[in-house]
Write a protein of this length. Structure first.
Ligand SMILES: Nc1ncnc2c1ncn2[C@@H]1O[C@H](COP(=O)(O)OP(=O)(O)OP(=O)(O)O)[C@@H](O)[C@H]1O
Length: 744
C-alpha cells in the first residue's frame, strides 16, 4: 500500500466536505420543517386543545422537533467548546461480498454521526451512532471485518472537515480506496485535554462498544484500572440506553452519580454533546433535595457516618422526643383533670411510632393520647370522652408542639449534643466514636455546611421520619388559644402560643427554599429549604462506585428500587476502608437482578511513563491491583523535585513546575495538593490565565489534565482515608506530563 500524498488527502477531504455540506443543508431544512410543524402544532393546540391530527403526524412532528433540538444543542456545545467535533464523524466503506462471487462489487458507503439525518427521499445521509447499522463502525476489526473495508474518522471543526484518519480492515485496500493517517485513536489520545471531558463517539473501541450496547436490564458492571475509559464508556451507555428505549428512560429518568461537584462539572458536557440533556447528574453530596454538601469529614468521622452500625443510632434518634417539646400534659376535658407525665407520653410515642412515620402521624398521636387519657377517667362514655379530648383546644395546642413535624436535618443535629450522642450511640459504636460523631456535627453547626457523609444520614432519617408536611392549619382562631386561662397549669407553658402565626409549625424553616435569602446564622443555613423524598429513576449510573460507603449505597438504593444499573469502579482506587461491608450494601441495593460485567484493560489516559510511576506505588500497597496497559509513549519521565517542608519553598517549587509545564503542554494543568499547603499555593496557581486549577486529592477523582503537579505525596497518604489508594488516584490524573514535589 502506498502512502497517501498531500494531494490525495486534500481530494479525500473535499469529497467528505461535500457530503458534510449536504448533511447540514438537509438538517437546516429539517429544522425549518420542525419549526413550521411546531408552530402549526401550537396554533392547532390553541384552537382545539385536544387536537384531531392523526397520531402518526404527531409522532413525526415530535421526531423532527427532537432532531432540531438535538441539533441546536450539539451545535451550541461544539461552539462553546471549540472542539474538533461535528455532526458527522465517521464513514464506513463496506463490501457486501459481490466480488468474491465473481459479480460486480457490492459496495456501500455509510456515514455515522451524532444523530440520524435523511434526505427528501428519506434516504439516510447519516446514521445515528447508536443505531444497529452503525455498530460495524465500532465492532469491525481486521480479524472480523464485518464487511468493512475501510473505517474513516472525520475530524470536523463545526461544519468544516479538517482531517481524516483511516483504519483498514482488510490486508489490501482496493485500488480506489485511499488510506490516510495512522489511525484515529492515537491521534485522539495525543491531543491536548480541555477543561471538560469530551465524548469519544468517533473512536469508541470494540470492547468499549460491547459495554455501551449491553442490554439495559439488571446490573452492568464496568471495571478496570485508572484511565481505562470506564467513565466515558458509561456515559455513552447512558446515551445509548436513551436511544434504544427512549420512552422508558426519558420518562423514568436516568441518574448519573459521581464522587464530587468537580466531577459533575467535568463530565457535564459529554451527554449534551451527544444530544442528550435529559439525564440528571448529581454528586453524592447533592443527591438529596434540600441539602448540598461539598465538605469532607476527617477520615474517622466519615468512617463512622458511612458504616451500617450508624443505622441503629438513627433508628433510636428517630424515636427520640423532640428536645424542646413539652413533656407534661395537664388538661381538663369533660370535667376531668388529665395528667400525662413523661413516661406515659413516651409510651404513647413508642406505640404510635411502631406503626407510623412520625411526620404523618399527628392524628394517630392525638388518638393514642386520648386513649392514654381515658385510662385515667373513671366515668362517662368512652367515645364521647375521646371526641372531646381530641377536640380540646389545649390538647391540640399541646400536641402541635409535642408531635410537630420534624426535619431530618434538625433531628440529625440533636446528635451534636455530646450527652445525646453518648446516650444513643455509646453502646452501639463505642463512647469514643459517639464523641467524634457529636463533634463532627458541632463542626457543621459552626461552619453552617453539611459534610458529604451527612447527606446519607439525612436521607436515612428522612425515610424513617416520613415526608415533612405542614400540619393542617388550626381551625380555631388565634384568640381562643391565647385566651386559655393560665395555659401553664396545663403543662403548656412552653408553647409559643400565638407567636408563630406566620411561621411554620416546625422550628426548622420550611418552604421550598426557592428565593430564600442565605442566612448569616450557620444553623439557619443548615436548615434552609426543605428535604425532599427520594426521586426514583429507571436507570442509575454510579461512577467511582468503589468509594461509596454502605450508607451511601442505601441512599442510592432508595432511588433505584426499580432501576437497572450501570456501576463503574476500580477497587484499587478506593478511599473507603471497609470494602466488604460496602459490597454487601451494594448487593442489597441491586436486589436479585441479573449481573453482567465488562473489564477494561487499556489505559487511554496516562502516558506510559506516568502510569509506570504510579504502578510502582500501588503494587507496594495493593499487590493484586487491576493494572491496565498504557498504550502511549511520550519518552518523558515524570519529574521528581525535593522541597523543604516550608510554605514559601513549596509555593516556589510549584511555581517553577507550573512555568515549565505551561510551556510543555497546550491545555489544562492541575496542582493536586493536600489541605495543609493550600494557603501557600493560592497565589502561584492563580497565574497562567485560568489554565491551572488547585484541587484537593479526593476531588481529583475521575478527572484528568494534560499535566499535574502532585504536592507532598506523603501528606496525601496521611490526610486521606484509604491513604495510598488516594495517592494512586492522584498519580494517574495526568495525560502527558507530571511533576511530583517530595516535601520534607
Ligand atoms: N476510545 C477512546 N477514544 C478516545 N479517548 C478515549 C477512549 N477511551 C477512553 N478515552 C479517554 O481516556 C481518558 C480516560 O477515560 P475515563 O476518564 O473514562 O477513564 P476511567 O477508567 O474512568 O478513569 P479513572 O478510573 O482513572 O477515573 C479520557 O480522556 C477518555 O476520553
Amino acid at each position: 500500500m502506498t502512502e497517501a500524498t498531500e494531494d490525495d488527502v486534500a481530494r479525500e477531504i473535499a469529497v467528505e466536505q461535500a457530503h458534510v455540506d449536504r448533511v447540514y443543508t438537509e438538517l437546516a431544512k429539517a429544522v425549518d420543517r420542525a419549526q413550521l410543524v411546531h408552530a402549526e402544532g401550537m396554533a392547532r393546540g390553541q384552537t382545539d386543545r385536544r387536537g384531531t391530527g392523526d397520531p402518526r403526524e404527531e409522532e413525526m412532528a415530535g421526531l423532527f422537533e427532537r432532531d432540531a433540538l438535538v441539533f441546536s444543542a450539539s451545535r451550541r456545545t461544539a461552539s462553546l467548546q471549540h472542539q474538533h467535533e461535528g455532526l458527522v464523524f465517521g464513514r464506513l466503506d463496506l463490501d457486501h461480498g459481490g466480488q468474491q462471487q465473481g459479480q460486480e462489487p457490492d459496495r456501500e458507503v455509510r456515514y455515522v454521526g451524532r444523530l440520524g439525518v435523511r434526505d427528501d427521499d428519506y434516504e439516510p445521509l447519516v446514521i445515528d451512532w447508536r443505531a444497529p447499522a452503525a455498530a460495524p463502525f465500532y465492532r469491525a476489526t481486521p480479524v472480523d471485518p464485518q464487511g468493512v473495508l475501510r473505517r474513516r474518522v472525520l475530524r470536523c471543526q463545526g461544519e468544516l472537515v479538517i482531517g481524516i484518519e483511516d483504519d483498514l480492515m482488510v490486508t489490501e485496500a482496493p485500488d480506489d480506496l485511499v488510506v490516510v493517517g495512522d489511525g484515529a485513536l492515537i491521534a485522539a489520545l495525543t491531543r491536548s485535554r480541555g477543561q471538560r471531558m469530551r465524548d469519544i463517539v468517533a473512536t469508541i473501541q470494540q470492547h468499549q462498544d460491547e459495554a455501551i450496547r449491553a442490554a439495559a436490564r439488571g446490573v452492568t458492571e464496568i471495571t478496570g484500572g485508572p484511565g481505562t475509559g470506564k467513565t466515558v464508556v458509561a456515559l455513552h451507555r447512558a446515551a445509548y440506553l436513551l436511544y434504544a428505549d427512549r420512552r422508558r428512560f426519558e420518562s423514568g429518568g436516568v441518574l448519573v452519580v459521581g464522587p464530587s461537584a468537580a466531577y459533575t462539572a467535568y463530565i457535564e458536557r459529554v451527554l449534551p454533546g451527544l444530544g442528550e440533556d435529559s439525564v440528571v447528574l448529581r454528586s453524592v453530596g447533592d443527591l438529596v433535595g434540600g441539602i448540598t454538601a461539598t465538605r469532607n469529614d476527617p477520615p474517622e468521622a466519615a468512617a463512622i457516618k458511612g458504616s451500617l452500625a450508624i443505622r441503629q443510632v438513627l433508628s433510636r434518634l428517630a424515636r427520640e422526643p423532640i428536645p424542646d417539646a413539652p413533656d407534661l400534659l395537664r388538661v381538663f376535658v369533660a370535667g376531668q383533670a388529665i395528667r400525662l407525665e413523661a413516661p406515659a407520653l413516651a409510651r404513647v410515642r413508642r406505640s404510635v411510632l411502631r406503626h407510623h412515620h412520625r411526620n404523618s402521624s399527628f392524628d394517630a398521636a392525638l388518638r393514642e393520647l386520648a386513649e392514654a387519657a381515658w385510662a385515667q377517667v373513671h366515668e362517662g362514655e368512652k367515645d364521647e370522652f375521646l371526641d372531646k379530648f381530641e377536640d380540646s383546644t389545649d390538647v391540640e395546642a399541646f400536641a402541635r408542639q409535642w408531635w410537630r413535624p420534624v426535619d431530618s436535618r434538625e433531628v440529625l443535629l440533636w446528635l451534636a449534643d455530646p450527652d445525646t450522642a453518648r446516650r444513643l450511640a455509646g453502646d452501639l459504636i463505642g463512647e469514643a466514636s459517639a464523641g467524634i460523631l457529636a463533634s463532627s456535627l458541632q463542626t457543621a453547626l459552626e461552619a453552617g455546611t453539611w459534610s458529604v457523609a451527612d447527606v446519607a444520614l439525612v436521607d436515612d432519617l428522612a425515610a424513617r421520619l416520613g415526608q415533612m408536611v405542614d400540619l393542617p392549619s388550626e381551625e380555631r382562631g388565634f384568640y381562643e388559644i391565647e385566651e386559655l386561662e393560665d395555659a401553664s397549669q396545663y403543662g403548656t407553658s412552653a408553647l409559643r402560643v400565638g407567636l408563630d402565626r406566620d411561621e411554620p409549625i416546625a422550628s426548622a424553616p420550611s418552604g421550598d427554599g426557592s428565593g430564600q435569602r442565605i442566612s448569616t446564622d450557620p444553623r439557619q443555613r443548615l436548615l434552609s429549604g426543605r428535604v425532599t423524598g427520594a426521586d426514583e429513576y429507571a436507570h442509575v449510573l454510579v461512577d467511582e462506585a468503589q468509594d461509596l460507603s454502605p450508607m451511601q449505597w442505601r441512599m442510592l438504593g432508595r432511588r433505584g428500587r426499580w432501576a437497572s444499573w450501570t456501576v463503574v469502579g476500580d477497587a484499587a482506587q478506593s478511599s473507603w476502608p471497609d470494602m466488604e461491608e460496602s459490597l454487601a450494601a451494594r448487593e442489597e441495593a441491586f436486589g436479585s437482578s441479573v449481573r453482567r460485567s465488562f473489564h477494561m484493560t487499556t489505559n487511554y489516559r496516562n502516558a506510559r511513563e506516568i502510569f509506570e510511576y504510579a504502578e510502582v506505588l500501588i503494587r507496594q500497597y495493593v499487590p493484586d491491583a487491576d493494572i491496565p496497559d498504557a498504550v502511549r509513549d511520550t519518552g518523558v519521565e515524570p519529574v521528581e523535585v525535593a522541597v523543604p517542608a516550608d510554605g514559601a519553598a513549596v509555593a516556589a517549587a510549584t511555581g517553577e513546575a507550573l512555568e515549565r509545564l505551561a510551556d510543555e503542554v497546550a491545555g489544562s494543568i492541575a496542582v493536586i495538593a493536600p489541605q495543609r499547603w493550600w494557603s501557600d499555593l493560592g497565589e502561584v496557581t492563580g497565574r497562567h490565565d485560568g489554565r491551572v486549577v488547585l484541587i484537593d486529592p479526593l476531588s481529583s477523582k475521575g478527572l484528568e489534565w494534560d499535566a499535574t503537579v502532585v504536592v507532598d505525596p506523603e501528606a496525601i497518604i496521611a490526610e486521606s482515608p484509604g491513604g495510598p489508594r488516594v495517592l494512586y488516584v492522584v498519580l494517574t490524573r495526568a495525560a502527558h506530563r507530571m511533576t511530583v514535589l517530595q516535601v520534607g
